[in-house]
Design a protein around this ligand. Structure first.
Ligand SMILES: *Cc1c(COP(=O)(O)O)cnc(C)c1O
Length: 384
């Protein structure tokens, strides 16, 4: 009688130390949780976010982010409650003046474009590319409609497909940057992929993916032009309080948030940002993500039954790796067996419906755990 694959037990010496490989929420390191449970952490939980101790924590997070990204001194870090999803609505009210243009090549970039259909705006200009490839905005910036656009939306890492894009203002034929704000969704790229702050006006993320903390907040690095736009629009149109970037900047300057944040999330995020800075900053983090993702891509290319979903190696993400498996392998069953062995959250993005794996290779993930993961997949596939 064939054995039921669900009963397969991977030998202990093959297993990764930590089996969390999700693309978001992603692995939270023990040291962060320990900091939360320490005397200092416990003393912050359940206390007022308007008082000095929690404000100092917010200040530590803001300055840690500015250090990590080497922000120019005139840039500011703001934050608020609601995650990147809320930031899309906030951008539609506080950053887009009349019309935005979006590079759309997956679910997250499509969701921001959807949020930009707000009734006070002109319908957004969409530049679309199929999942697994990348849409570029340069053509739109040179096109006849460019003068109607005052905000350009990019996603540095399309988490649904594992396609990465450089943070770069769209360029005119002359090579000069297009007029308008450049707004970058960095939710699964922040802390993983390098970027040049001068190429973005609003670089935003929630901290449960690339940063490896917990969800519920949005954090944004803002240029003077973005802040100026937000303040002007707040005077010119009705902006709901939670969607007011001007209000968020005002609160952030006092190391506060408009409404009550999750203090635990702030602490987990601040710990991680400090760890990244102490470990060598963005160049160290980016090299670590390149190492981890490189191990996976090389492994997938060396197996006859696996291949990277993103065909063009130059646009493959170093922080979210998507791998297709041959139709002879039941990837759902493979993931079920892995989960039963403590290796979790390898599911491809739900709407993509691929027979494969998606792996978060964020800085919190040990590169050797990625190698162990590939050994475990080999072991299970041999027995399916
Ligand atoms: C997860 C994700 C979001 C949404 O983040 P929330 O914190 O759930 O609002 C937005 N953009 C990208 C690229 C993401 O990966």
């Amino acid at each position: 009688m064939p054995i039921d694959p669900r009963t397969l037990r991977i030998p202990r010496d093959l297993l990764p130390e930590d089996g969390r490989f999700g693309s978001g929420p992603s692995r939270v390191r023990d040291a962060q949780v320990d900091a939360l449970a320490s005397r200092a952490g416990r003393g912050l939980l359940g206390t007022s976010h308007r008082q000095a101790p929690v404000r100092a924590l917010v200040g530590r997070l803001r300055s840690g982010v500015a250090t990590l990204f080497a922000l120019p001194s005139e840039y500011e870090v703001a934050l608020g409650v609601g995650g990147s999803t809320l930031f899309w609505d906030l951008a539609a009210y506080s950053l887009v003046e009349r019309r935005s243009a979006h590079a759309v090549h997956g679910d997250f970039s499509a969701k921001f474009a959807q949020a930009a259909r707000a009734p006070h705006l002109s319908p957004p200009l969409l530049v679309e590319a199929p999942a697994g490839s990348r849409a570029e905005l340069d053509g739109a910036a040179r096109g006849a409609d460019a003068s109607s656009v005052d905000a350009w939306a990019l996603v540095q890492n399309e988490t649904s497909t594992g396609v990465a894009a450089p943070v770069r203002r769209p360029r005119l034929a002359s090579g000069a940057p297009a007029a308008g704000l450049t707004i970058v969704d960095a939710t699964s790229a922040a802390g993983c992929l390098t970027w040049d702050p001068l190429e973005a006006d609003a670089y935003y993320f929630s901290p449960q993916k690339g940063i490896g903390a917990d969800g519920g907040l949005w954090i944004a690095a803002l240029s003077p032009a973005a802040i100026e736009r937000a303040e002007r629009l707040a005077g010119e149109r009705f902006v709901p309080a939670t969607l007011s970037l001007a209000a968020a900047v005002r609160e952030s300057r006092k190391d506060q948030t408009l409404n009550t944040p999750a203090i635990a999330t702030l602490l987990l995020a601040a710990e991680q940002i400090d760890w990244l800075n102490a470990s060598g900053g963005m160049s160290w983090a980016a090299a670590r993500c390149a190492d981890s993702s490189g191990r996976l891509y090389a492994w997938a290319e060396s197996r006859p039954w696996a291949s990277p979903f993103v065909e063009d190696p130059t646009i493959r993400s170093k922080s979210v790796v998507t791998i297709d498996l041959d139709a002879t392998i039941d990837a759902a069953l493979l993931r079920e067996v892995l989960r039963a062995n403590g290796i979790v959250d390898l599911d491809p993005y739900r709407s993509l419906k691929r027979n494969g794996l998606r792996v978060g290779t964020f800085p919190s993930v040990e590169p050797d755990d990625v190698s162990a993961l590939t050994a475990c997949v080999d072991w299970v596939v041999e027995r399916l």
